[in-house]
Design a protein around this ligand. Structure first.
Ligand SMILES: Nc1ncnc2c1ncn2[C@@H]1O[C@H](COP(=O)(O)OP(=O)(O)OP(=O)(O)O)[C@@H](O)[C@H]1O
Ligand SMILES: [Mg+2]
Length: 327
């Protein structure tokens, strides 16, 4: 699809089950097909991935081409975290006696499963993709896990950036801890000839690269021409409330969503008693949503007869959605 002007990077967030994967996949399908297709990368950061089911391919942890213009990756944060802490545990062995190896391995196995390690590992990979791969694509669409997770991804850069800076200044002050940190950061070659200098150099390089990458991500997120967030909801009290809270969190950082998608809207009438009653209940929330989100790009997407899992239905959904939010 062409003649569409969207930010290059789009995050899609919202409450569980509202249609985030459908929205992100359909936007990716739509942008990457038609007469003047764009090059699109679709990234899933949701640990409970389902793009593989939608596109019938196993994308685990590496960028895979679905066709000439569409590539997909499902980031496997537990694998990323495991690899990272395994490396750290291996390097730690250089500092302790052999009898402690078992305890080190146990400790790092536990750390690998912690939610903050998983999030940090996911973020590490995501920022690397956005930094290294961005030039290869016209658009990068990011399917996320339920709301809190999306917003944390969005807001993480400042915290991590500050943290990298603190580590950098600790490095400059020196001390024993730097040797350990240097080792944790992967200093190994040449460490016997000039351990301090080598480890210090390696660590500073790693932290510098990370600081720059996080700073770039932080600037990207703040630039509405380059990056936007689409919030998806359904016509229900809880989903409206959660979307309002997400908007509030974004506005505290001086940001606002690029668009709001009210998804799975029922038809306006039905001869069926059961459906009529559902429609009556929902219509109250549809009206509320129309009113609350009237100042945003706002798309109301109907509930399709079937789940949106075929490429054709994804394309129809995506084309319709993009036309509405680009009006
Ligand atoms: N407008 C729609 N009409 C019909 N089915 C839909 C519509 N939107 C989404 N669905 C279906 O609803 C289900 C949930 O959608 P989806 O997986 O996109 O939600 P999600 O927000 O990504 O969920 P999760 O929070 O679990 O990641 C899927 O089976 C999808 O095909
Ligand atoms: Mg999903």
């Amino acid at each position: 699809m062409n003649n569409i002007k969207l930010p290059k990077i789009l995050f899609v967030g919202g409450k569980g089950g509202v249609g985030k994967s459908t929205t992100s996949s359909s936007i990716a399908m739509s942008l990457s097909s038609g007469e003047n297709p764009n090059k699109v990368l679709l990234v899933s950061t949701d640990p409970a991935h389902n793009l593989g089911d939608i596109f019938d391919v196993n994308f685990k942890n590496s960028i895979t081409k679905v066709n000439e213009n569409l590539s997909i990756i499902e980031i496997d944060s537990s694998l990323e975290a495991k690899n990272y802490v395994q490396q750290v545990a291996k390097n730690m062995r250089g500092f302790v006696s052999a009898s402690s190896y078992g305890r080190i391995d146990d400790y790092f196995a536990k750390v690998a499963d912690s939610s903050s390690t998983l999030e940090a590992a996911l973020f590490e990979r995501l920022t690397t993709i956005l930094t290294n791969e961005a030039n290869d694509y016209d658009y990068i669409i990011i399917d996320t896990a339920p709301t809190g997770h999306t917003l944390r991804l969005f807001f993480m850069p400042k915290e991590l950036r500050d943290w990298s800076k603190t580590l950098l200044s600790m490095q400059e002050r020196g001390g024993m801890s730097e040797k350990v940190l240097g080792h944790l950061e992967g200093g190994s070659k040449n460490r016997f000839s000039d351990p301090d200098g080598f480890i210090r150099g390696q660590l500073i390089e790693t932290l510098d690269e990370r600081y720059n990458r996080y700073s770039a991500f932080s600037n990207l997120v703040k630039d509405p021409n380059q990056c936007g967030i689409i919030l998806v909801l359904n016509a229900s009290k809880l989903a409206i409330a959660e979307t309002q809270r997400a908007i509030q969190s974004l506005s505290q950082k001086g940001l606002k969503p690029y668009a709001i998608v009210l998804n799975k809207v029922l038809p306006t009438d039905s001869a069926d008693d059961f459906l009529s009653s559902r429609i009556a209940q929902e219509s109250e929330y549809v009206l509320q949503s129309d009113e609350i989100f009237r100042n945003y790009r706002y798309a109301k997407m109907p509930l399709f007869k079937q789940d949106i899992i075929t490429k054709d239905s994804l394309k129809i959904f995506g084309d319709t959605l993009l036309k509405i939010i680009n009006k």
